[in-house]
Design a protein around this ligand. Structure first.
Ligand SMILES: Nc1ncnc2c1ncn2[C@@H]1O[C@H](COP(=O)(O)OP(=O)(O)OP(=O)(O)O)[C@@H](O)[C@H]1O
Length: 341
């Protein structure tokens, strides 16, 4: 559906050249929710603006559907933009227009007749759950409702791709969840392909199928969400994953534990999906006759499955620990030693 091939973007500024996007290649399948995550300045905004032709590539190609975005201009580009629409962090609504007038606006520009517009606007209002709020002005809506209007407006011309530019960054956690659920729902109902950029790993985990991690304009890691969480490779991915996983309960103080269990190994067990239900810990305790204490644990959910971590102490010899590590690996549970006893 989307093919970004060897794309670079260089900005020439008075204070020198800025390589905002550096030789990036990404493919996104039809119906996929693909996330791009990175800290400020990583190049996410530039990349997403290249996708809808708001910026032009310095080199490389971007294909969406049958069209090469960099080969389009003028009317052809404007038409393509109707099929590659976008929602924004600050909603970008027209403040003097009501909800229904905002949603109708792109249809007016596209020359859709009044009757058709009315029908389409009603469908979209139902789809995003704003029935009853048609005549409200943006200033009368909550942040979540404003983003719903943004989503409905972006969907008005039946796009193939929806680009989300930090779409939930201005929202509180509960409203973020509502908007993310709406995006999942829309993907389900419309088979839409979604590309989102964010600096929040939570957003990636909650709805994306795959993600790319950017740093200094480059993609440093790309993969399925499960893989990024289970086995992050780059230091920046590790930081994002850690920030998302480490809630207060799992913030284990290793120093205190070392004092409490001076002879034990402190280990982290990571598991995915159904394995979280099998009695792996009790099997290991019985088989090796070892003492294990569960210190902390957490389970997180992605749009496909759950994965979790258990922090435990094991009082045993290095050779038995090695055998346990192998047994667990066969069950798809990763054992990492956190501190040495
Ligand atoms: N129009 C521009 N002219 C010059 N430099 C730019 C321009 N747009 C972006 N940059 C630079 O390109 C780099 C990448 O910026 P970009 O906005 O794409 O990153 P980002 O990951 O989206 O960060 P943020 O979340 O802060 O927007 C930064 O160094 C930025 O200063």
């Amino acid at each position: 559906m989307i093919e970004i091939k060897d794309v670079s973007k260089l900005f020439k500024t008075k204070s020198g050249d800025v390589q905002a996007v550096d030789n990036v290649s990404i493919q996104v399948d039809k119906g996929e929710i693909f996330g791009v995550i990175g800290y400020s300045g990583a190049g996410k905004s530039t990349l997403i603006r290249l996708l809808n032709g708001l910026e032009t590539v310095s080199s490389g190609d971007i294909r969406i559907g049958d069209d090469y975005i960099n080969a389009l201009s003028g009317r052809a580009l404007r038409q393509k933009r109707q099929k590659v629409s976008m929602i924004f962090q600050h909603f970008n609504l027209l403040w003097s227009r009501t909800v229904e007038q905002n949603i109708s606006f792109p249809l007016e520009i596209a020359g859709v007749n009044r009757r058709e517009r009315k029908k389409r606007v009603k469908e979209l209002i139902d789809l995003v759950g704003l029935t009853g709020r048609e005549k409200a002005y943006p200033s009368q809506l909550s942040g979540g409702q404003k983003q719903r209007v943004g989503i409905a407006r972006a969907l008005s011309n039946e796009p193939e791709v929806l680009l989300c530019d930090e779409a939930t960054s201005a929202l509180d956690p509960e409203t973020t969840d509502e908007v993310l659920d709406l995006l999942l729902d829309i993907r389900e109902k419309l088979g839409l392909t979604i590309v989102l950029i964010t600096h929040e790993m939570y957003v990636i985990r909650k709805i994306c199928d795959r993600a790319a991690v950017m740093e200094n304009g480059r993609v440093v890691e790309i993969g399925e969400i499960k893989q990024l969480f289970r086995n992050p490779q780059s230091s920046v991915t590790k930081r994002f994953v850690k920030d998302d996983i480490d809630d207060e309960e799992t913030n284990v103080s290793f120093e205190a534990l070392r004092e409490q269990f001076p002879n034990a190994e402190l280990v982290k067990l990571s598991f995915v999906g159904s394995k979280s239900k099998t009695p792996i810990v009790s099997k290991i305790i019985k088989k090796y006759d070892v003492d294990m204490n569960i210190i902390a644990g957490s389970i997180k959910h992605t749009n496909k499955e759950s994965f979790g971590h258990l922090h435990v102490t094991i009082d045993t010899s290095p050779s038995v620990l090695e055998a346990i590590t192998k047994d667990l690996a066969a069950e798809n549970v990763k054992l990492e030693v956190e501190t040495h006893g």
